[in-house]
Write a protein that binds this ligand. Structure first.
Ligand code: PBG
Length: 310
């Protein structure tokens, strides 16, 4: 009876697995604050991706971690052909073809020596328009490396339009854009900064949203859709389910939500203490995010959950 009347479904195809690939390491490197998640080598990435795809996940979201000495003020290692993210995209595109949707994070924070999502002006502030030009370089390099979807996550104004124009001009008219449309300046990204070896000092409050604001999310979503976003995302997920619901109620394009590193860390830590049951709680949270209206959920449990759901 429960199965017959359940309103919300959670299937592997709804889930996207974020993966980290690092340059200059010989062994996968564990991320202490995210038990079970690692920075991959090129080889271990290929195995993890193949496993996730075999388990039925809907997509993969790739983040690149360059060597410290390759970071610079503009993040140029992000768009050069032998940058780790582009190399890994080519590996996965060759291995997986159209068996999954291959997505790439289109942002500078992993690649800059100051750790901000954009380039800085003479006053040390993030320069919105100069940053958009670099996002175009990133997006074109990622599309050329085999990404089906580019994912601007830096919250610059006009980033989606700039990327759409740049991709089209380079002939990548079929490359889709997943826009981090409503991305909050959140404490829940803490473990991610370890995951990508971020150099950030300070915070992102000048370009990410204030957790106090809900209506602003709808405005951001509307702008991104006008600019050509194919999927819009709300991030983080669990503390923003009202925002997910509000966006899902009005969005004419699919809605994604990102269950971020801190959400994963929090639940993993409680489970490791024996205080909650990992599988029950992980699946409950994913179901809740779907119930709130997300078509797609990015989660570090994607492959694991796909196995649980099999
Ligand atoms: C920026 C980016 C971040 C995350 C995804 N893309 C970090 C930030 O905005 O500070 C966070 C993901 C997570 O915490 O799991 N490229």
């Amino acid at each position: 009876m429960r199965r017959l009347v359940a309103e919300t479904s959670l299937e592997p195809r709804h889930l996207v697995l974020p993966l980290f690939v690092a340059d200059g390491i010989d062994e996968p490197r564990p991320i202490a604050s995210m038990p079970g998640v690692v920075q991959h080598t090129r080889d271990s990435l290929r195995r993890a991706a193949a496993d996730a795809v075999a388990a039925g996940v809907g997509g993969l979201m790739l983040f690149g971690v360059p060597r410290e000495q390759d970071k610079d003020a503009t993040g140029s290692i992000g768009w050069v052909e032998d940058g780790i993210l582009n190399v890994a995209l080519r590996d996965l595109a060759a291995d997986l073809g159209d068996a999954t949707v291959l997505m790439a994070d289109t942002c500078l924070d992993e690649f800059t020596d100051h750790g901000h999502c954009g380039v800085l002006d003479a006053h040390g502030r993030v320069d919105n328009d100069a940053t958009n030009e670099l996002y175009v370089k990133l997006a074109v390099a990622q599309a050329e490396s085999g990404a089906h979807v580019v994912s601007p996550s830096g919250m610059m104004d006009g980033q989606v339009a700039a990327i759409r124009d740049g991709l089209d001009a380079a002939g990548h008219t079929d490359t889709a854009i997943l826009a981090y449309a409503a991305k909050y300046a959140s404490g829940f990204y803490g473990p991610f900064r370890e995951a990508v070896g971020s150099s950030l000092r300070g915070d992102r409050r000048t370009y990410q949203q204030d957790p106090a604001n809900g209506r602003e999310a709808l405005r951001e979503v509307e702008l991104d859709i006008d600019e050509g976003a194919d999927i819009v995302m709300v991030k983080p997920a669990m503390a923003y389910l009202d925002v997910v619901r509000a966006v899902a109620d009005v969005s004419p394009v699919p809605v994604a939500a990102y269950q971020v590193s801190g959400e994963y860390a929090m639940i993993s830590a409680a489970a490791a203490n024996g205080w909650i049951d990992l599988r029950t709680v992980a699946l409950e949270t994913l179901t809740s995010i779907r119930r709130a209206g997300a078509d797609i959920v990015l989660t570090y449990w994607a492959a694991q959950a796909a196995h649980w759901l099999a």
